[in-house]
Design a protein around this ligand. Sequence first.
Ligand code: FES
Length: 140
Amino acid sequence: MTDFEPTIIAFVCNWCTYTAADLAGTSRLSYPQNVRLIRVMCTGMVDPQYIIKALLEGADGVLVSGCHPGDCHYINGNYKARRRIKLLKEILPQFGFEQERLRLTWIGASDGIEFAEVMRELVAQIRDLGPNEAKLKMVI
Ligand code: FES
């Protein structure tokens, strides 16, 4: 399992986590290349279907990350995301996915260092978890 490199899809809010990713890049902070960022205007617009689809079609892990509670540019989008992710985590095992394959974080626009750390930690966690078995079944 040592040569397994996970693919991680990260839905990141335009105003906070995407800006933090940009800051990490301009600050020349390194983080694993395994993470594919998908910029959304707010975590509140991440439909649970997007997450299930990502896991079914090849992702080994999914991250949803946005503004800290109270900082959402659309007032309460991140609170909606938090409720949805909590419920989705409860039903993920019914689809054959471990709950640890989905994570929600808050990373502010000035947290470039934290962004890089979270990406490294997430990739290490998913690498330890191993390949997404449900994805492998879909391929076969
Ligand atoms: S605008 Fe960033 S989470 Fe809503």
